[in-house]
Design a protein around this ligand. Structure first.
Ligand SMILES: NC(=O)c1ccc[n+]([C@@H]2O[C@H](COP(=O)([O-])OP(=O)(O)OC[C@H]3O[C@@H](n4cnc5c(N)ncnc54)[C@H](OP(=O)(O)O)[C@@H]3O)[C@@H](O)[C@H]2O)c1
Length: 213
């Protein structure tokens, strides 16, 4: 298979599209033919090994894992003999912030990890792009007790994390005040915000309203 490969840390120019061995799924793993994956903050940090602390996870002098990619959308090509949750032909997407080597034609993931069937109304590109922001939004939401009827302020409500935070907070029953700019007011309302603060008109740090989160 072909993959985007790096063997030294550095700028994007160190990445080369090269032939490499197709991974073989272990008993609990699913082999995915990747149709879409993002290049995100984590990939950029792993590529350059910046901040330096990344090297304690990715390799002190050179990267231990030569293929980047933390998310994917694609089709199940083959399953290991103990896999029960997925079958060849399933359209799936998934995320793992420590890396999945998804910048390649094929990758493997354990069926118990964060992998799910893609909803019918999403393309592969949309499915792959929906994951990272939602992951961080959900991580934050999971740190608080209950959102039902709580007043929540979401700054950056049009961003990857913010737009997911608005939708997830709505799902959990929060009363949402979202901060965005004028052109995105309708969009953010459509995602579920109850009140909008237009940051081009008002500074939310100066308002008197108190929020639970
Ligand atoms: N994505 C990640 O993996 C990740 C991980 C850890 C931390 N973070 C950090 O989390 C933050 C959000 O990340 P993201 O990926 O969601 O970013 P993003 O998709 O680039 O979104 C940035 C958001 O900030 C808004 N914004 C820009 N200027 C603003 C202002 N003056 N007042 C209020 N909002 C303003 C943008 O609104 P417009 O639509 O108007 O431009 C947009 O909604 C960033 O600081 C990022 O560094 C991200």
């Amino acid at each position: 298979m072909q993959a985007s490969i790096y063997t030294v840390y550095g700028p994007p120019e160190v990445l080369k599209v090269l032939k490499t061995e197709r991974p073989v799924p272990q008993n609990h793993e699913v082999l995915i033919r990747v149709h879409a994956a993002t290049v995100n903050r984590t990939d950029c940090a792993m590529l350059r090994a910046k901040p330096f602390i990344m090297r304690f996870f990715t390799g002190l002098f050179n990267p231990k894992n030569h293929i980047l990619g933390t998310d994917f959308a694609g089709v199940v090509a083959k399953v290991g003999e103990d896999v029960t949750a997925f079958k060849p032909g399933d359209k799936v997407f998934g995320f793992e912030d420590t890396g999945l080597s998804s910048h390649a034609e094929f990758m493997c993931i354990n069926q118990a990890k964060a992998i799910a069937i893609i909803p019918d109304n999403l393309s592969f590109e949309e499915a792959a792009a929906s994951l990272e922001g939602s992951h961080y939004a959900l991580n934050m939401i999971n740190k608080v007790d209950h959102l039902k009827d709580k007043n929540v302020l979401i700054n950056g409500a049009t961003g990857a994390i913010g737009s997911a935070a608005v939708q997830l907070s709505k799902f959990y029953g929060a009363n949402i005040t979202a901060v965005c700019n004028t052109k995105n007011i309708e969009l953010v309302e459509s995602l579920g915000a109850n009140t909008i603060i237009d940051f081009s008109q008002e500074d939310f740090t100066q308002i008197d309203t108190k929020f639970h989160y």
